[in-house]
Design a protein around this ligand. Structure first.
Ligand SMILES: *[C@@H]1O[C@H](CO)[C@@H](O)[C@H](O)[C@H]1NC(C)=O
Ligand SMILES: *[C@@H]1O[C@H](CO)[C@@H](O)[C@H](O)[C@H]1NC(C)=O
Ligand SMILES: *[C@@H]1O[C@H](CO)[C@@H](O)[C@H](O)[C@H]1NC(C)=O
Ligand SMILES: *[C@@H]1O[C@H](CO)[C@@H](O)[C@H](O)[C@H]1NC(C)=O
Ligand SMILES: *[C@@H]1O[C@H](CO)[C@@H](O)[C@H](O)[C@H]1NC(C)=O
Length: 464
């Protein structure tokens, strides 16, 4: 009887435990004002996509390229070390462009990066589904705020001229609304890097790095983003020579500021506003939307632009807080460097002295955990094996205009596994290199790019 009783009880206990986990599998709370307390089991993404059934049809669904919500196969994620090294390639590409535009006065990178350092579009990117042509064909494309032209691989493109993609190639000859663009057309002149084919058609060329590039004919067709967002005569690249680290995506959606970008082309309709939300985990979707549909509960900071860097979005990072306390960093450190907001960089980059202050304060508040070796560019890593919950100090990024981005828990640590959870920030090599706000730190915020009103906004709890 006693035996039965005790086994019954452990059975109850099991159900109670199971119930508790079911009730609160991913919820996390704050131990005090200034720390997040999180169940260790919730640190790793689920291998199943949990998409809300009632997803808003007026928004494009944003999914991580390598997560379970991505329709791109093989969905097996490359090793974290490789992903982080590729993230550094993207940062080098950004820094080099900025350096070239500033006539070499900014940083040493232009001179020091080896000629074939690898494709630089980065693999931390997120993808969305868009439709081209009439009848419409859907394609998974990378969205990128660091470049302008939108392109997809098109027929005829064969053999080694194009990389393999998931969706069938777009065939412009099968679309009733496709138009060629001639070399003499004003549309062709919107391209920085253009060329003329033997039959006087406009050709585009975009290089993201030494190994990632796309070339082809410049054309126009109907772009369908959602059932209610249809853009006729959208100018885009119909690629016939592409190579690089685009995974199995069909191309790229350019969200930079130049005249040829999606934002600029759709500006008459959407007022030069778009916003997106990067989900907390790769097993959930976020969104991308054009226009000012989502402006409530958003704090704004001025958008900074430089005429010699016409693609990028800059903002004023002015201070950082760890565990509620502002770090002793002179604001000159940030203003000397400047800060870019980028959708394609994963890990935020800080001026070396700002990173040193962040690293030191964070480590001081994490002494209860055992440190483990660095993971690629991440040098502050912990072993959480054996813990049910962990407690981590909050991190806040403060911007000009009094706007504070309280980094979501999912943006504080980069967690390949429970025995190696790393602070998701890294230092730049040079104090004059631009800081970068990467997509890890943007997670769960509704990030609003309001170009017409020259402001960038952050709204908490934008998505899951
Ligand atoms: C770089 O040179 C161009 C042309 O001479 C000039 O307009 C631009 O302001 C310079 N940029 C910087 C950062 O010095
Ligand atoms: C675009 O140009 C190509 C090559 O000249 C031609 O075969 C095709 O029919 C043209 N498409 C349209 C819609 O005019
Ligand atoms: C223009 O296209 C031709 C033919 O494809 C090519 O040989 C030439 O190198 C291109 N020029 C530029 C500046 O890209
Ligand atoms: C993490 O801690 C566990 C338990 O103490 C240990 O077995 C494991 O080897 C540690 N992992 C690393 C990477 O240090
Ligand atoms: C955790 O991830 C790191 C980096 O990817 C790897 O080196 C390590 O072997 C992993 N450990 C376990 C227990 O999976």
């Amino acid at each position: 009887m006693a035996l039965l009783h005790s086994s019954l009880c452990s059975c109850c206990a099991f159900f109670l435990l199971a119930f508790t986990f079911l009730q609160a599998p991913r919820v996390y709370g704050r131990e005090t004002e200034n720390r997040y307390v999180v169940g260790v089991r919730s640190l790793l993404p689920s291998s199943v996509c949990s998409s809300p059934r009632d997803s808003n049809p007026s928004m494009m669904k944003v999914v991580h390229r390598h997560g379970p919500c991505s329709p791109l196969s093989p969905s097996r994620k490359p090793a974290d070390v490789k992903l982080l090294n590729q993230d550094q390639d993207r940062v080098n590409w950004l820094q080099r462009q900025i350096s070239i535009a500033s006539n070499g006065t900014r940083a040493s990178l232009a001179a020091t990066i080896p000629a074939n350092s690898g494709g630089s579009i980065g693999t931390g990117n997120y993808v969305v589904k868009v439709g081209f042509g009439n009848p419409k064909n859907d394609f998974m494309v990378i969205f990128d705020t660091g470049s302008d032209i939108t392109w997809i691989q098109c027929k005829p493109c064969s053999g080694r001229n194009c990389y393999p993609q998931q969706d069938p190639l777009f065939d412009p000859s099968q679309s009733s609304t496709y138009s060629n663009i001639s070399c003499s057309s004003p549309s062709c002149k919107k391209l920085d890097s253009r060329n003329c084919s033997a039959d006087s058609r406009c050709r585009y060329k975009i290089e993201y790095g030494d190994k990632s590039q796309s070339k082809g004919f410049f054309g126009s067709d109907t772009l369908t983003l959602t059932p209610s967002d249809v853009l006729p005569n959208f100018l885009f690249g119909c690629g016939d020579q592409s190579k690089g680290l685009f995974g199995r995506a069909a191309g790229l959606l350019g969200l930079g500021r130049r005249p040829v970008s999606l934002v600029s082309q759709s500006s008459p309709k959407y007022g030069g506003v778009f916003s997106y939300c990067i989900p907390s985990t790769s097993s959930k979707p976020g969104y991308l939307t054009l226009g000012s549909r989502r402006l409530s509960n958003v704090q704004f900071t001025p958008l900074r632009t430089f005429s010699n860097l016409p693609s990028f979005y800059f903002l004023d990072l002015v201070a950082i807080k760890v565990g509620g306390k502002q770090l002793p960093i002179s604001s000159k450190v940030f203003s000397t460097a400047g800060t870019v907001l980028d959708s394609g960089t994963v890990i935020s980059r800080l001026p070396p002295s700002a990173y040193a202050a962040l690293q030191s304060a964070f480590r001081k508040q994490m002494t209860r955990y055992k440190m483990v070796p660095a993971l690629s560019i991440l040098d502050t890593c912990y072993n959480f094996t054996g813990y049910d919950t962990v407690s981590v100090p909050t991190v806040a990024l403060m911007f000009g205009g009094g706007t504070t981005l309280n980094v979501d828990f999912s943006g504080i640590l980069y967690v390949p596994n429970v025995s190696q959870a790393c602070l998701a920030f890294a230092p730049n090599g040079d104090a004059k290199d631009f800081g970068i706000i990467g997509n890890a730190q943007q997670k769960r915020f509704n990030v609003v790019y309001d170009i017409a009103n020259r402001r960038i906004g952050f709204g908490a709890n934008g998505c899951n």
